[in-house]
Ligand binder design. Structure first.
Ligand code: FMN
Length: 367
């Protein structure tokens, strides 16, 4: 067995190792490093407004002449999450109460609020508000106009954009966490499906990676699958191949890279953490996500409070995370990460991480 699979042909890459799109963390520098090493770098563009997204795509093109991808979230998934709030007060009405709850946390933690003008200053006033329908549509317009080599939807179904993406020669992938989602996205005729299990960092599935991959593989017939969630080294890639995947979509292993767009104290939190260091929490985005356990995730549990659905929880957590970042508080905002982080021992260049994954996979497959 070797590391060449159909994924290499489809994506025009040397090794079927794909940098997961991690919002803000998978920057042009990181994506280009992975693409230059022979994998596919994918930009984590979920929160990029259209102007920044175009800049990121163009910068990536300056840094590599190899294929790369762009990952965003899609509107239906966010709308559905907001609608799932059920009866009672609407999530929008609950935002002020939850913001007061967050303020109490900040006072207790000695975290002064971030200047609202500085928070606003991060966004272009001419652009649509983040995670609105107009925002997602503007992002997709840029992706289509720029004819990016690969598009990956982190949540939701890229079906409505397939014709335009195809017309520009873009290959399309979608991340799923359940067989029924895999079947839904397959019906849109995309190229590759990513099966991301419960072990993975960020928004994830209730089903463990080892159980999810073969069930998705069996369900989607001849569509190639990338395995994801808790894959940090070559052994994990080899295991994903044994389960029927044709490559791996890897996030956390590349978070502790020099190029990743997270803060130094967050990289250190990954190096310091053990396999028990993460938890599933809705406290940051409103959707269940695997995150390094923190004083913020503990606060919601200890106070028996239910976070608001996405995108409303972001209005509650955003100012707290911004204050934690300003003050270097890794105990409040260590960031999302998967259960494999106990294997990560140092911050290294992405190229070195990539090369170790490839040689480790080849070694494991040879054995
Ligand atoms: C810091 C971080 C941010 C993430 N942001 C996104 C995102 O914006 N879009 C997305 O599709 N997935 C996102 N994910 C999930 C990853 O794409 C990927 O599925 C996951 O990292 C795989 O698990 P692993 O971290 O164990 O490798 C994120 C994961 C992490 C760790």
């Amino acid at each position: 067995m070797n590391l060449k699979t159909r994924v290499c042909e489809i994506l025009e890459i040397d090794y079927p190792i794909v940098l997961a799109g991690m919002g803000g963390a998978s920057t042009p520098e990181l994506a280009a490093a992975v693409s230059n090493a022979g994998g596919l770098g994918v930009l984590g563009a979920a929160a990029c407004g259209p102007k920044q997204l175009r800049e990121w795509i163009r910068r990536t093109r300056e840094l590599t002449d190899k294929p790369f991808g762009v990952d965003t979230l899609l509107p239906a998934s966010v709308r559905r999450a907001a609608e799932r709030a059920g009866d009672g007060p609407s999530p929008a009405d609950q935002v002020p109460d939850m913001q007061a709850f967050a303020k109490a946390f900040m006072e207790r933690e000695g975290l002064p609020p971030v200047d609202p003008a500085a928070l606003r200053g991060q966004r272009d006033p001419d652009e649509p508000g983040v995670f609105t329908k107009e925002f997602f549509e503007a992002q997709m317009q840029v992706i289509i106009e720029e004819r990016v080599p690969v598009y990956a939807s982190g949540l939701g179904n890229p079906g409505p954009w397939m014709n335009d993406l195809r017309a520009g020669g873009t290959k399309v992938m979608a991340v799923v966490g359940a067989v029924r989602h895999a079947i839904q996205v397959k019906s849109s005729g995309l190229d590759i499906i990513v099966a991301q299990g419960h072990d993975g960092g960020g928004h994830n599935s209730p089903v463990g990676t080892m159980a999810l991959i073969p069930q998705v593989v069996d369900a989607v017939g001849d569509t190639p699958v990338l395995g994801a969630g808790g894959i940090v080294d070559g052994r994990g890639v080899a295991a994903a191949l044994m389960l029927g995947a044709e490559g791996a979509w890897i996030g956390s292993a590349f978070l502790a890279s020099e190029e990743a767009g997270i803060l130094d104290f967050q990289k250190q939190a990954i190096v310091d953490a053990t396999e028990e260091g993460t938890t599933i929490s809705r406290a940051v985005t409103g959707k269940p996500a695997r995150i390094i356990r923190s004083r913020w995730t503990d606060y919601w549990v200890a106070e028996h409070r239910e976070p608001l659905p996405m995108p409303f929880q972001g209005m509650v957590a955003g100012p707290v995370m911004a204050a934690a970042n300003r003050d270097g508080r890794g105990d409040v905002n260590p960031g999302f990460a998967g259960q494999g982080i106990g294997m990560i021992k140092a911050v290294r260049p992405a190229k070195a991480i990539f090369e170790d994954i490839v040689s480790g996979a080849e070694h494991a497959l040879a054995r």
